[in-house]
Design a protein around this ligand. Structure first.
Ligand code: SAM
Length: 348
């Protein structure tokens, strides 16, 4: 990609670029590592990510300075929210230092998504560094089911301990649960009840055809509507308005009490591409404009060859201006076999 670019052809009123479908850039998800200590069958199946799998070498992974530079430049294009993810972000050593560096960027909110297994040990340092909220993935409270889903010997108690420690040090916790047909759909009510009792919002995610290695079939996804039906049979629910445009979860509040809510993320059965304002930065510095992308733009040549901030900004801006992704709206038998990049690499 050339470093000199034409003027943007579409600028919303606040002078921030919008893509070809009129969507502004608001969120940057940053994968800080492609490694994970879980082997969830729907994300990093052990057969594909086995002992011989070649993860990114250290030299190819962006440094904290490089990540912060991209984030700072992205903020000038409209990014308001940064989410650190992976892989498992808590495997990246020194992560609190990165949070501190990102916190110096004015006007951005920082979030982190983790599997929670290392959270009990790290939560205090994350808060000290300035993290103000966290999302923890926990697919089921049933220990046998959870172990079967993470396929790495982690029991529910390690994640619960992480969540409890995070809450104790003042981090609001959201819980993410992927629901997969035949595996954990019968445990969603228990998880919702537990989250409600502990003051956490739980969001149920339809199992998606991200990546190319999980052998996804439409029948394996449990529609959000069915999840809501299961929960509302036990605890009455009422729809709640989105907190902001582009919020990925549809919200439901408990109708029989003053507080508490659940969310469903229905990327398969009710796609929300029209409101998608997210870009993703892989651990090795590729920029992707869709979770289901097959290719990204390598920012490292610019970052490592002395490009000025203005040059890097032009690259980001041009990528965003050219964006027309809406994979989930176009999903069909023909798109499912596409060689999409893995979620562990691109950042969940
Ligand atoms: N390791 C961290 C974690 O477990 O939260 C961050 C990365 S993980 C890829 C981010 C989120 O993506 C997790 O909540 C995970 O359950 C979800 N995820 C991974 N593969 C998925 C799939 N095929 N469909 C739906 N969600 C998926």
């Amino acid at each position: 990609m050339s470093l000199t670019t034409a003027e943007p052809h579409r600028l919303p009123p606040d002078n921030r670029p919008a893509d070809r479908l009129g969507r502004p850039l608001r969120d940057l998800r940053i994968s800080v590592t492609d490694r994970c200590n879980f082997r969830c069958s729907y994300c990093m199946p052990r057969e594909v990510f086995g002992p011989d799998h070649a993860f990114l070498p250290r030299s190819e992974i962006l440094t904290f300075e490089e990540i912060t530079r991209v984030a700072r430049i992205a903020a000038t294009l409209g990014v308001k929210k940064l989410r650190l993810t992976g892989g498992e972000p808590l495997l990246r050593s020194g992560l609190p230092d990165l949070i501190r560096m990102l916190n110096d960027i004015p006007g951005v909110d920082i979030a982190l998504t983790t599997n929670g297994s290392l959270l009990a040990a790290q939560a205090p340092a994350l808060v000290d560094a300035g993290l103000r909220r966290i999302t923890v993935s926990l697919d089921s409270l049933d220990d046998a089911i959870f172990r079967a889903m993470n396929d790495a010997g982690f029991g529910v108690s390690s994640v619960i301990e992480g969540i409890a420690t995070a809450s104790a040090v003042g981090l609001p916790v959201k819980v993410n649960a992927v629901v997969r047909r035949g595996l954990n759909e019968h445990t969603v009510v228990d998880l919702a009840r537990w989250a409600r009792e502990h003051g956490h919002i739980v969001r149920f995610i339809e199992y998606m055809d991200v990546g190319h290695s999980n052998g996804w079939r439409l029948d394996d996804a449990v529609p959000g509507e069915e999840i809501v039906r299961r929960i509302s049979a036990e605890m009455s629910l009422a729809t709640a308005d989105p907190n902001y445009r582009g919020e990925v979860a549809q919200r439901w509040r408990y109708a029989d009490g003053p507080s508490g809510e659940i969310g469903v993320i229905t990327s398969v059965t009710q796609p929300f591409c029209g409101d998608c304002t997210r870009a993703r930065l892989s651990a090795d510095g590729h920029l992707y404009t869709c979770l289901f992308a097959t290719a990204g733009t390598d920012l490292r040549p610019a970052l490592r060859n002395g490009a000025r901030d203005a040059d890097v900004r032009n690259i980001l801006r041009d990528v965003w201006l050219a964006r027309e992704d809406r994979y989930s709206e176009l999903r069909s038998a023909n798109t499912i076999p596409l060689e999409k990049v893995e979620m562990s690499y691109i950042g969940g």
